[in-house]
Design a protein around this ligand. Structure first.
Ligand code: AP5
Ligand code: MG
Length: 216
């Protein structure tokens, strides 16, 4: 299965991708995570991407297309993958088509997670992740079962993203509407689009996505 999760910052792409990984045993390819890893590692790509990401703007198409193209050639992607945060521009969408075509593959589905703008800033500013295993949490919506201890790996170390503040969220939303939302029509026209109500609780959204994937 080759799936794209589409939605604004804080829609729940990463949260749902982690659950699909467990259920369908295919990897999550988050361009945001890959770029953050490059920033932490201090690579050339990371150095170029850092200021752009901190400002909430989009990293250049060339950089992200190269990262994804390399990643989907890895053996763990042979049975499929979940693209989380990519493609994000029409240029990236065309590149995705070309990459898959070159391998004789097709997209299974594009799932758009719809969320009202008003809740996004709260979701993003309350988000944190386990510094050890990357499991995602939220100050009020999704707390670990035992306070301060990761449910998945037991670590007591958590981290927050530098771009998760209310000011940057505004720029990220603007980028989403300007650059990414045209992909909704793009994939609808290809007959690949399905939408879920991302305002529902996390488990409900998962069930809705699973139903779509089971019939894909
Ligand atoms: P990226 O990391 O992709 O960030 P984003 O798109 O802004 O999305 P988020 O990760 O903020 O949101 P999400 O939808 O994953 O939400 P989550 O599940 O965590 O990109 C970061 C930056 O990298 C970009 O700004 C750009 O600079 C660069 N970049 C990345 N990809 C790029 C590309 N392709 N091209 C160019 N540049 C690129 O959920 C958020 C919170 O809400 C969590 O705390 C969660 O617990 C909670 N939550 C989730 N679902 C629900 C629910 N249903 N109800 C209540 N709470 C919920
Ligand atoms: Mg994410």
């Amino acid at each position: 299965m080759r799936l794209i999760l589409l939605g604004p910052p804080g829609a729940g792409k990463g949260t749902q991708a982690q659950r699909i990984v467990e259920k369908f045993a295919i990897p999550q390819l988050s361009t945001g995570d890959m770029l953050r890893a490059a920033v932490s590692a201090g690579t050339e790509v990371g150095k170029r991407a850092k200021a752009v990401m901190d400002a909430g703007k989009l990293v250049s198409d060339d950089i992200v297309i190269a990262i994804v193209s390399e990643r989907i050639d890895q053996p763990d992607c042979a049975k499929g993958f979940i693209l989380d945060g990519f493609p994000r521009t029409l240029v990236q969408a065309d590149a995705t088509d070309a990459m898959l075509k070159a391998k004789g593959l097709d997209l299974s589905k594009v799932v758009e997670i719809r969320v009202d703008d008003e809740v996004l800033a709260d979701r993003v500013s309350g988000r944190y992740t386990c510094a050890n295993c990357g499991a995602g949490y939220h100050d009020t919506n999704l707390k670990p079962k035992q306070e301060g201890v990761c449910d998945r790996c037991g670590s007591t170390h958590f981290k927050r993203r530098p771009d998760d503040n209310r000011e940057t969220v505004v720029t990220r939303l603007q980028s989403y509407y300007k650059e990414t939302s045209p992909l909704i029509g793009y994939y609808h026209a290809k007959g690949k689009l399905a939408s879920v109500d991302g305002m529902a609780d996390i488990d409900r959204v998962t069930t809705d996505i699973e139903k779509i994937l089971e019939s894909a």
